[in-house]
Structures are given as C-alpha cells and as structure tokens.
Design a protein around this ligand. Structure first.
Ligand code: 9MR
Length: 472
C-alpha cells in the first residue's frame, strides 16, 4: 500500500467534502436552510465523525500502551475507546467477589485524560468467564452474574458512554438463544442483566452486542430484533444495539446493512458499530469501509463506529489485515476512504444558517426522543441538548458543546421545570432552583475550533420537549 502524504490526503478529503455539498445543494434546491459554507475537512477520524455528532473509536489493549507508535495513533485519531479484553468478566473478577480493575482503569483513565469517551465491554457473556464461574449454574450463577454487574458497572459508574451489557447471547443459526450456563439459569437472564446494569449506572447507555447480525435476512438478526422489540414493549431498559461487524468472506458486508441498522433504530434504540474490521486489502477493502461509514451516517440513531484495533498487526485476525493502519502505523487506503466518507457525510446534515437564528424554541416533538435544541448562532461556543432515553418517571439527556473558536473552558446553563437532576457525568454541576449550570471538567475544557465535548445527565420527572442551553 502506497502511503499518501498528509497534504495530498487532506486535499482529497476536502475535494470530497465540497463535492458532497454541491451534490446536496442540487438535491435539496430550495426549501431547506442549508449552510453555504463548506466545512473544512477534518484530518482525523474522531474529528471528522464529530462533525455530525458521532464518534469514531478503537479497541485498545493495555499490553500495547507502551508502544509509542500505537498509542500516538490511538490518541490522534480516535475519540471513543473500548478495552479489548480488560473489562471482561475474567479480567475484572478473577476470584469471586474480588475485583481487579488495574488494566481496565489504565485504559479508562488514559482515555478520559485525553478527552475521549469509553465504551464498556462486556458485563455478561458466556465466554471469557473466570474459572470459578464456568462451572456454576442455577440461582448461584444468576446471583454471581448480578454481583458481577453491580461490581463492575458500579466501579465505572458515571464514566461509561455505553455498556455492552450482554454479549453474543444468540445462536449462530436458527434465530434462538445460544446454549450457555447463563442461558440455563432461565430465559430472563438478559433482562435481569439490563435491569441490574441500569440501577448500577443509570448514566450509561445499555447495549446488547453481537456478531453476524448485520444481514437483515439472517435468522440470528431476526432473533435479536425480536428480543429488542419485546424489551422495548415491556419496558426492559435497553438503549442501544451493538453490531460487531467483523466482515470477511464467510460473513461479508451485506448490501442490506443500512436496512438492518435502520430497522433496529426504528424500534427506538441507538445503534452502534462496535468491533468493525474488514478482511482484505486495497481498493476492495477501502470501498467496503466507505460503505459501512456511509450506512452509519445515513441512520440518524447510529451514534458511532469503533474499529477492533489500531494496526493490522494488533488485530485478533492479523493475517486478514482488516484494519485502517498497516503494521508500521501507516494509513491504508481503507483509512483514506473512511476519513473521506466521514467528512463527506458531515456536510449532508442540514444545519440552520448562522445569520438567521430561529427566534422560537424548536417545535415540541411527540417522539420520546425530543428534537435537539437550536444551536446558539454566535459566541465562542454553542450547546444543544437532546433526550437520549426516556423511561417515563425519568430520563437521560446529552448536551453537546461545540467550540466556534479555540476555548480553554466552557460554561453551559439551562432551566428545567418539572424535573430534578440526579446525576451528571463529564461535567461539573451547580444548581440554583431549576437553573442548572454545568462547566467542563479538567479533561474536556480545551477545545479547538469546531471540536465538540459532550456531557450527560439523568433526571427525575418528565423530559422537556425542547430546552435552550446557553454556552459561554
Ligand atoms: O480481540 C479479542 C481477543 O484479544 C481475545 O483473545 C478474545 C477472547 O475472547 O476476544 C476478542 O474480542 C472479541 C470481543 O470481545 C467480542 N466479539 C468478538 C471479538 C473477537 O473475537
């Protein structure tokens, strides 16, 4: 793979971005208020994804963190981090009731100190169980699972963007559950895991995560879909579905991938691509990465994409060279296609023109996910609030702070009547009556022009249909 120089890559991405705006303007001629200024193409995956409010992540292995090439790429390119193995059941509870967070904390602290968010992986799984758990059964195992979720989700409370609460619980064929010691404790083990996780960390999005659920026609996909549908109907607290998306010749990228993502999203959950890798090389591989990115960007509730490792040589499938960087840390064609797709996609989000701010709050939405607030058109920063989860007696909200110029700290303020804040993460709260002021914490105050920081909170009471957040 020929490594392109940085300036030529940036030019290529910019060209793609401008082309995207022209194409969109042509399609949407009239009617839609559209920013006429092309955004400068971003030069890293995380920043490019952030333009549309999404993240771009990677899995990190604690054992590689002292490799400077590895950690520098991870720091430069990604804004979401998953511990590849360090938060799994065997790693975090090696002896029953004795938790070990050394390596998980190492990854989490590095991520938070560098302004990144963290996906938790994974609380309950038939695989990677510690030896003491493997031979357990019945109510003893059920209680051990609950204790494990309380121990791990409790330890990381307030610091995790999304948890893979249950991993890989469906059988590879037939559309039913996989047999496992956990499954044999009773079919309700998955919902018990979700309810336990919600209580242990109300601020984290709770995901079901699996592989070979990408092709809409596959029985396994339908099995998971029906479970999520049932959970939503019965109020089991599930917020998101993770699509691992390990693609290779036996499990190729399906042309109906976007349909799958959209159909799950239509159930009222977020969708996330959680462990992406695509075996192959050259243009074929690059174009498949491009399609995956385009599919995520086309689905409003697709929050972001995580690739399962940094360089090909870091991959669990190293011989398939499935990642975005080669063994020397050089950007592959797959990287360029991914970055281009992220930059092009961002221009396809219609945004209010800076000169004509909307004078009234956005129309209240009937859907449980309230529409985002109108960004403040001027000033050093702008903030938008959106409801990411609403369970009737309470809700979870996410506030995005976008810097219009380089800033070294931010203060947001909003008023909520009819609800009280119970927890805030990634931000520091002071309240006076129903007026809440949230400032940056130590690691997310420094933002370059165009960069975004996100904080979240949970509240009791009913969610506002829209809310204005000021930012200074
Ligand atoms: O990449 C992980 C590898 O280092 C581990 O040995 C393996 C152990 O099960 O898990 C790999 O990650 C898996 C992830 O946790 C769940 N989905 C499939 C991933 C690839 O096997």
């Amino acid at each position: 793979m020929k490594h392109r120089t940085a300036p030529s890559r940036r030019r290529a991405a910019l060209t793609a971005g401008v082309a995207g705006v022209v194409a969109l303007a042509t399609t949407l001629a009239g009617g839609v208020a559209l920013s006429t200024t092309a955004q400068a193409a971003e030069s890293t995956l995380g920043a490019a994804a952030a333009q549309s409010g999404r993240y771009f992540g990677t899995a990190i292995s604690a054992s590689r963190m002292s490799d400077s090439t590895y950690i520098n790429i991870a720091n430069r390119e990604f804004n979401m981090i998953t511990a590849e193995n360090e938060m799994k059941m065997d790693a975090t509870e090696p002896s029953q009731g004795q938790f070990n967070f050394t390596n998980g904390d190492r990854i989490l602290n590095w991520a938070l100190q560098n302004g990144k968010q963290v996906r938790g992986h994974a609380l309950a799984w038939h695989s990677q169980q510690p030896g003491w758990m493997q031979n357990m059964s019945g109510s003893t195992l059920r209680q051990a699972m609950i204790n494990h979720i309380n121990g791990v989700a409790g330890h990381y409370k307030g610091k995790i963007h999304s948890w893979d609460v249950v991993n890989e619980a469906y059988a590879d064929s037939g559309g039913g559950r996989r047999d496992s010691n956990l499954q044999r404790t009773g079919n309700d083990w998955i919902e018990v895991a979700f309810r336990t996780a919600r209580a242990a960390d109300p601020g984290a999005k709770l995901c079901y995560n699996d592989y070979n659920t990408d092709n809409w026609t596959w029985a396994k996909t339908q099995g998971v879909y029906n479970m999520v549908k049932d959970f939503k109907a019965r109020g089991v607290p599930i917020d998101c579905v993770g699509f691992q998306s390990h693609f290779n010749s036996g499990s190729p990228y399906p042309s109906n991938y976007r349909t799958t993502l959209q159909n799950f999203a239509d159930l009222g959950v977020d969708v996330q691509i959680t462990e992406l890798d695509i075996e192959g090389s050259g243009t074929t591989q690059a174009e498949t990465y491009r399609k995956v990115v385009q599919d995520c960007l086309a689905v409003t509730r697709c929050n972001g994409i995580t690739v399962w490792g940094v360089r090909d040589t870091d991959s669990w499938r190293a011989s398939g060279t499935p990642l975005l960087f080669d063994g020397n840390g050089n950007k592959k064609a797959a990287y360029t296609a991914t970055l281009e797709a992220l930059n092009a996609g961002s221009t396809s989000t219609p945004s209010p023109t800076p000169t004509t701010p909307s004078p009234t709050p956005t129309t209240p939405s009937a859907s449980p996910t309230a529409s985002p607030t109108t960004p403040q058109p001027s000033g050093a920063c702008a903030a938008t609030l959106r409801i990411v989860n609403n369970w009737g007696s309470g809700y979870q909200a996410e506030v995005s702070v976008k810097a219009n110029q380089a800033i070294s700290g931010w203060t947001t303020q909003f008023t909520l009547s009819g609800s009280t804040l119970s927890q805030v993460w990634n931000g520091s709260l002071t309240s006076s009556g129903s007026t809440h002021t949230v400032r940056n914490v130590s690691w997310n105050g420094n933002l370059g022009a165009g960069q975004t920081a996100t904080y979240g909170f949970t509240a009791n009471g009913s969610a506002p249909s829209s809310s204005t957040v000021t930012c200074s």
